[in-house]
Each structure stands twice: as structure tokens, then as C-alpha cells.
Write a protein that binds this ligand. Sequence first.
Ligand code: ADP
Length: 499
Amino acid sequence: MASNKNIMKFFTHLRKKISEFKKQIDPSSLRMRLTVGVVTLSALGLGGVAIWTSLRMQNILVVTHKQNIQYIADRFPHDVEIYSDMVLLPNAMQKAIDRRTTANILLWIKNQDGIVLAQSDPIEMGIKGRDLLSLTQVPPIPEIKQVEGRYWLLCATPLEVKGNRLGKFYIAQDITGDQTMFLRLIRNLSIASLLSIAGITVALAIYVGRSLQPLQRISKLTEKISAEDLKEAHIDLENPPSEVKELAQTFEKMLVRLSDAWEHQQQLLSNVSHELRTPLTIVSGYLQSTLRRGHNLTQPQREALEIASSEANRTIQLMQDLLDLARVDSGRMHFQIEAIVLNDFIEEIVGMAREYCNRTVNVKSSSKTMIVKADINRLKQVLLNLIDNAVKYSDDREPVTVKLARQGAKVAIQVSDRGIGIPLAQQARIFERFYRVDDDRSRATGGTGLGLSIVKTLVEGMGGSISLRSQQGVGSTFTVTFPLTSSSVSNNYLTLKSK
Ligand code: ADP
């Protein structure tokens, strides 16, 4: 039972390793291409050498036997001729055969009708070459043939004695021993070649992988470089090949150029936002006072002024958001961190929101005092932004809830609505700059797509974090979390007031 479990474990582990390995195999990677290229060349080289060696060896092996057979074929008619002077022709043929027969060489003569006229020792023939006698297609030049599981070097030449054509003279030399040894050698050579190709593949894959490590490092280092740390970015490589070193240097120079361009862009953005915000604020002020005092305005005039005023306000907000982002990006955003009693602070913010949005905003505070360290103005900006979104993206009749809760060593401020929610696929991108779930809807609600990215930047800048839980058609909850300070005391409101 236990061993079964171990086997199952082993196979699961193996399957996991194989799938990990498969993931690493990228056919278009430089590592793969170099390895496959060099391995193919090595395989071709090794294979070529192995084939050439085997052909040479076979040649050397067969050539001596061939010479021997050729010698017998050449001498045999002469032998028969000599014996025929002493005995009758059939006996002469048999005598000549007996003379040339050895342990490995079998000889026989067949007449034109295929009848055997003489042959080597019939017992020997019977044991080794029974099927040899029945062969019909025997080449005139010695060739290797496999008969009855043995290897034979075979040839047949016409036999002419004293001008008489007697038939065909067959020679068969048993080379099973040599041929088996040769085949074993070829098999060993093939195994050795395959093993060395496998070894070369593994060694090469490791070597190429190591050689490409500096490139992977460059890619990893550059992945981490954000727009903010372009200037400080430095590509550190340990003993890189000169080509990669050159690439890294070119890359660093490009980063410096990018950083300069980024700074210029930030400066321009900051200046333009600043320059436009002041006149726009004045325009907005005039529009609002005209609307307040314009008792004799016609309805179309009032509507036009209201649209102009709301667009001016939207643009002022956009300028403010852009200014904030430019400050964050250039590192000019400074936080005045202080201890804030969240219980009081939340009540204050919700009070402001109720006035501003004209909506039901519920507070669920805690009886325990929760103190965090943050910039009070920035935290106010964060929460008002989240409440504003909750109001914008939910029905007028639905309440918005702000909840304060302790989560272990942290405190969470949750802003929830029962609004349209955010599709799961878009939740990961919601904090990106200028990202809107639905452009038309956001424009209609006066959104710029910058709010949440500023909120995230501010929260993280103050040492907190923000997360989202949302379901389309049900509602959204944004949770801002900060570490609790040690001075938070249970059931006891501190007199620490926010400045
Ligand atoms: P905007 O100024 O356009 O509201 P934000 O950065 O604040 O930009 O929000 C980005 C997008 O996230 C919005 O366009 C909106 O579609 C979506 N969103 C933000 N808050 C909520 C919410 N409480 N409920 C539903 N969608 C929201």
C-alpha cells in the first residue's frame, strides 16, 4: 500500500517536472536554435564518420576473403585439368574440390541442367550449406549473402576444362564469425555515436543557456525599470561577453536619453497644468457667480452656462490630477505624515461627502480607536475620490457605506456601493492611468480616468495598500489598508486630533 503511494508520488513528481521542462522549451528561442543547429551539425559529422568507418572496415574485412575466393576461382579449372590427366573427369572434379575445400570454404559444381556434379564433403555441406546447393542466383563477383542464419561470401564462375564447358563452379566462404563481429562493432559504434550526441546536446544546452544568461539578466533588469527610476537605472553584468557589454552600454545611454525626455515631458505637463488651472478657475468662478446672480437669464442661456461651468470644473479637476501625477513622477510629492485617529477622521470625511454629493452615506466605525500614520490631506483626497466614484457609479437611491475595521495588525477603510460594479477582466487594470471601463459612461459622469491611479499612488506613497472587490451589477468595495500604529488603544478614544 505504502509502496503504491510512493510510486504514485514519483509519477506525479515526474509529470510535474516534464510539464515544467516543456514550458521551458521555446522553439523560437536563441538557446533552442543554437543547440539544435550545433547538435544537427555534430550529428551529421559523427554520423558521417561512423558510416565512413563502417564502410572502410567492411571493405577491409571482405577484401582479403575476396582475394582468396578469386584465387580459388582462377586456379580451379587448372586443378581439374591436371587431375583429369590422371583420373576420369568426374573424379578429377571431385579431387580438385577436395583439395581446395577447407573448414570455411565449400565448393560445388553444377552442370547446365542444375545437377550437382561434385561437391565438398557432403556431411559438411549437409550441416552448413544444405540451402546453398539450391541457390540459383549467384553473382560472378563475390558478394555477402545470408543463408540459414550464416553469412557467406558467394560467387559462381563458368567452368571450362580443355575447351569443354562443364557447368558452373560455385564457391561459398563462411564469414559468419567476422561478419557478426563487424555487425557488433557497428552496433556499438552507433550506440556510442547516439550517446555522444545526447551528451553533446545536454552539454550544449547548458553551455548556451549559461552564455545567454547576461542577456536574460538585461531583460530582467529592464523589466523592473519604471519611468520614475530611469535615471538611476544601471545594468550590472558580471563578466559579460563583449557584444552583450556593448548592448548593455547602448541600453544605458538610451535610458539616459529617455529619462531626459521623460523629465522634459513632466516639466511641460506640470507647467501647462499650472498655467491653465489659474485662468480656468477664474472662468469657473465667473460662470458660477453669473449663474447665481443671473435672475434674468433665459432657460437656454442658463443651461448653456451650466454646461460651460461643469466642463470648466471637469477641466480644473483634470489639471489638478495631472499636476498631482507630475509631482509624484518627478518625486516632488511630499507627505506630511502624522498620527490620525481614523474613527474621528472617517466621520468628518463622510460629513463632507454627504453635503457635497447629496446622497445617503453610511458610516460603520469601530468602538476601538484606530490610529494610523498618514498625510491627512492626501488621505482625505483618497477617501473623497473613492466616495465620489461610489456615488457616480451607483443609483441615486442606493446608499454608499464607509466602514472602518481592524484586520490583524492593520486597519482597513472600506468604501462600498451597490452600483454597476466592474467586470472581473478589467479589475486588474482599473488603477492604470487614463483607464476607464466604459469611456462614454465615465465621460458622462465627468471622469478623467486618472482618479484611481492617483488614489493608488497616494495610498502606496503613505505606506498603505489598496484592493478591489467587485461584481458586475452587484457593487464594488475598495479597501484601503494601513498598518496600525502601536498607540492605538482599545475602547478608548485618544485626544489626538488631526491637524
Ligand atoms: P474616472 O475619473 O473616470 O472615474 P477613475 O480612475 O476614478 O476614473 O476610475 C476608473 C474607472 O473605474 C472608471 O471609468 C469607472 O468605469 C471605474 N470605476 C471606478 N470606481 C467605480 C465604482 N465604484 N463602481 C464602478 N466602476 C467604478
